[in-house]
Design a protein around this ligand. Structure first.
Ligand code: ATP
Ligand code: MG
Length: 594
């Protein structure tokens, strides 16, 4: 492609809309344009990057035997009602764009395709003989994100590769899952990215079957905890750890203590001269289920810990059925006490034995606290905790007297510096990452809800066992920039760069420079290397700046050295410059591209 014929618009200034480097650079270098919040046009340079990534994705997916297809984006509400996700997706989380057609039928724009693919599987898969089978697509997804930001990182319209596999057994699912783990690793490696696979939260479904692939970058929205021995890496949402060790409690006798003005753990410990790990704190949450029922949750956790709300939400989802509900609509720290109580709630001085009758009698308000205990709290003895009276605590408390001990679970947020569970001598380290892939063992959640069954070898009717595998194609394109740029602009890895090389003619009025540039341009493209020709009537300095900003891996300059039959080749990443004989240019690039 000749620059004189291209849409090539670079900006000197950073765009006001952009906060992080990759977003600024992609706008400045003319890869993307914003149309509305979270909605971007992929300009020709970006489209080439996306196609290169898609090509890598396709070639790696196809070699596993997965088959590409293209599923509808316009999806009838009934499918989502069958799976039970319509209300959560359109109302609670509101992530799904929905509309009503001319016949008043509700529909949605696909944020993901489990429902559609399950409906197709239900119609087409009948027998174990057809299994396993794996279908994938590369397509635009729509999600009405609460906070669209960072350009393509969190868009409301974005490109995803999503795949769904169907199996006769868990064993078969695990095989495909393992293959996908390897496939994703190969895809990211081929794209030239530094990444880490981490254990991920798999929601209320639970199980160990979910990994996320993180591109390591300081601007990443996700926190990853890992150990240096390479044995453990997890999203902080999911991570487990050993809590910091405790010293013996200074309080061996059960007593009430006047502790005025100590609503926080820090203030309390200063007054009582003890450590935060000697205290037991209660956090009150409010969960709203899909039936509209509100339940007040009284969660006890050791004073030096923080609650991991993802873990809590998973537990509350698992308990939904016991409240006659299907899913959690919303979970948050309880609002002002008068939203749920007519009494005096001693906030800041609450004990695990806070009386249920504080909860207001109301039709959609559960009359008792759902009491839960974090494991760190369950192990505490002789602890300090609230006496359910403002300005008063108890010391030397034990579950025998303050209990009974409520159900115990892991609700604690693991932190960097904590000891690892697999080996306490390993300390958790922290890193930031951009989630570009998520693979998931779904099991029978959707097939059961939607009646997607098959006949086993022995003639039994069973729900299909499913896996799903997402990869954010457009997010990956930007994450690659976030991981690789410098003061002059983007540094694409050759595998996904929009073009491999650019031939820059310093002076287009010089016929010899132009003739050699044309020759190299033709030769390189013929050799299969996507090459640009900067034939614009611009100063050489402007052209060099542009090619650096756009991040083309190799710049070939037909400058003064052509008098000796050589051109200058500059490597964008290393800045190394070589003088190369005209007849060696193709070979030179080939050697470096591997
Ligand atoms: P996140 O936690 O970042 O919201 P998710 O868990 O909702 O992501 P999945 O449903 O697993 O994401 O989607 C698969 C992949 O699609 C993600 O790993 C990510 O790379 C990409 N993705 C998800 N949401 C967006 C978005 N709003 N914009 C761009 N890419 C996205
Ligand atoms: Mg995810």
């Amino acid at each position: 492609m000749r620059l004189s014929q291209m849409l090539w618009v670079t900006l000197r200034e950073d765009p006001a809309e952009a906060e992080i480097p990759s977003h600024k650079l992609l706008v400045r270098a003319g890869f993307i344009r914003r149309l509305a919040s979270g909605v971007y046009a992929y300009l020709p340079l970006m489209w080439r990057v996306l196609q290169k990534i898609s090509h890598i994705v396709r070639s790696e997916m196809n070699r596993t035997g997965a088959q590409e297809c293209l599923l509808p984006q316009l999806q009838p509400a009934e499918l989502w009602q069958e799976s039970g996700r319509w209300d959560t997706y359109t109302k609670a989380e509101g992530i799904m764009f929905s509309l009503t057609d001319r016949l008043e039928r509700p529909m949605g724009l696909g944020p993901t395709h489990e429902e559609v693919i399950s409906a197709i599987a239900r119609d087409t898969l009948r027998s174990y003989r057809q299994l396993p089978v794996h279908l994938y697509q590369i397509q635009t997804k729509f999600r009405d994100e609460i906070r669209p930001r960072f350009g393509l990182m969190r868009g409301r319209e974005f490109i995803m590769k999503d795949g769904y596999s169907f199996h006769a057994s868990e064993v078969s699912l695990k095989e495909t899952y393992e293959t996908m783990y390897q496939t994703y690793s190969r895809i990211f490696a081929r794209c030239g990215l530094a990444f880490r696979a981490v254990e991920a939260d798999s929601g209320a479904i639970g199980g160990s079957g979910s990994h996320e692939f993180m591109i390591l970058a300081a601007a990443g929205e996700d926190e990853v905890l890992y150990t240096e021995d390479g044995q453990y890496a997890a999203n902080v949402e999911k991570a487990v750890s050993l809590p910091p060790a405790v010293t013996p409690s200074p309080f061996t006798e059960f007593q009430r203590r006047e502790t005025p003005d100590t609503p926080t753990i820090a203030a309390l410990c200063a007054v009582l001269n003890c450590e935060t790990h000697h205290t037991l704190k209660q956090v009150i949450y409010e969960v709203v289920y899909d039936t509209g029922l509100r339940v007040m949750v009284l969660l006890s956790i050791r004073g030096d810990g923080e609650v991991n709300e993802v873990k809590l939400q998973n537990e509350l989802s698992r308990r939904a059925a016991s409240f006659g509900a299907a899913t959690v609509l919303r979970l948050r720290v309880a609002e002002a006490a008068d939203t749920w109580s007519d009494g005096e709630v001693p906030l800041g001085y609450v004990g695990p034995d806070l009386a249920d009758d504080l909860i207001r009698g109301e039709k959609l308000l559960h009359p008792q606290f759902l009491r839960l205990t974090d494991r760190t709290a369950a192990d505490l003895t002789d602890f300090v905790t609230g006496a359910n009276e403002v300005g008063v605590h108890v010391v030397g408390g034990n579950w025998e007297s303050l209990g009974p001990l409520p159900p115990v679970g892991d609700f604690r947020k693991a932190r960097p510096g904590d000891r690892a569970v697999h080996d306490p001598s390993q300390i958790l380290q922290t890193a930031r990452g951009i989630e570009v892939g998520h693979i998931f063992q779904l099991g029978t959640k959707y097939s059961q809800a939607m009646g997607a069954t098959f006949t086993t070898e022995t003639g039994e009717e069973k729900p299909l066992v499913m896996g799903c595998y997402g990869l954010g194609v457009s997010r990956l394109a930007q994450a690659a920039v976030e991981q690789s740029y410098d003061a002059d602009g983007i540094v694409w890895s050759p595998a996904i760069a929009p073009y491999t090389a650019i031939v820059v003619v310093p002076n287009v009025k010089d016929p010899q420079q132009m003739a050699i540039a044309e020759m190299l341009y033709t030769e390189l493209n013929a050799a299969g290397m996507d090459t640009l020709l900067d034939d614009r009537d611009e100063r050489a300095g402007v052209k060099f700046k542009d090619s650096d900003l756009v991040g083309i891996p190799f710049r070939i300059v037909t400058g003064r050295s052509i008098a000796e039959g050589k051109v200058e080749i500059v490597n964008r990443a290393t800045k190394q410059t070589d003088l190369v004989n005209l007849d060696r240019v193709v070979a030179y690039l080939r050697e470096r591209l591997g």
